[in-house]
Design a protein around this ligand. Sequence first.
Ligand SMILES: NC(=O)c1ccc[n+]([C@@H]2O[C@H](COP(=O)([O-])OP(=O)(O)OC[C@H]3O[C@@H](n4cnc5c(N)ncnc54)[C@H](OP(=O)(O)O)[C@@H]3O)[C@@H](O)[C@H]2O)c1
Length: 331
Amino acid sequence: MRAVLVRQPGDASQLYIGECPTPTPKDTQILVKVKCFCLNRMDINQRQGAYPPPPGASEILGVEVSGIVESVGQSVTKFQPGDAVFGLMGGGGYAEYAVMEQELAMPKPDALSFQQAAAIPETWFTAYQALFFVLGLKAGEDILIHAGASGVGIAAIQLAKQAGANRIFVTAGSDEKTKFCESLGATRGINYKTEDWAAVIAQETANKGVNATVDFVGKDYFDKNIATLAIDGRMVLLAFLSGAVLDGVNIAPLLKKRLRVEGSALRSRSLEYQTRLRDAIYKHVVEEHFAKPSESYKLFIDKEFDWKDIAEAHRTMESNQTMGKLVVKVT
Ligand SMILES: NC(=O)c1ccc[n+]([C@@H]2O[C@H](COP(=O)([O-])OP(=O)(O)OC[C@H]3O[C@@H](n4cnc5c(N)ncnc54)[C@H](OP(=O)(O)O)[C@@H]3O)[C@@H](O)[C@H]2O)c1
């Protein structure tokens, strides 16, 4: 089969479409003929050689696809050849064929195109996990979501709104992005390039702070994140876009305010954990919303690419200009 391969770790010009063996599904897996896959930030890190796939996963980039079931493993009961599916995998998505655990695959509703379906798994799983599995967000709580116009941020804003969050503060790097986040349900979008987001939140919460924070930025925001959390506040750390090593940070507020800071990585979670997440999302996000003509959740595809333009797709993600998913069609 053909797949997007990496000549050597480096920039986007290292990506090319080459030949490699078609994967064979294990007993519990399905083989999917891929129609679309989506980009995720980890793909950039993996391309650069800085993020190896988990043990046993394909070395090929890509963790989410949509497509048609080509064949199934011996003990697969939930799918058969010809079914339209989408879902999450440990790796191998940037290819003509990819294997997926049957437990992580989801039947594609007719209401969704293959492009839309491929745009759901990684960002919605990550946001759902962050908000409900890790932060335990409750109705009436205030939340801060950084990188609000990122794929994960877009899902998190909508999930928080649907869950009855009181105020949803969001940071993003342009006024266009903050307005977009407000159109999704954010109470206050803060352009971190022109405003001091921690000061805005302190003022708007009368110095009480927020109950929960979703952070991807790490080093540059750690102090302010801690200062901005209310008593008994929780923060989930999903990435460290600005760096991971902290110098001269006063950790006293962690104790004084009884804060909980937890890191989370979806890709390395057990199959049992990911299956629990998949089941919750299929019921509460896909069946109750995306499968129906519902106005409650929206999917945003920033741009579609043919897979021969994969290098351009990676450069687009690296530009930090996107508001939504980058979808790639396998042709
Ligand atoms: N831990 C997990 O399980 C998990 C799973 C999936 C994704 N993630 C992480 O979640 C993040 C979002 O992923 P995505 O695919 O949704 O990304 P995305 O759509 O490409 O959006 C990322 C956005 O982050 C903002 N950003 C980049 N560098 C920044 C910095 N130094 N400071 C502040 N903001 C910065 C940029 O928007 P602005 O214009 O607003 O700066 C950028 O557009 C990534 O870091 C990814 O690695 C983690």
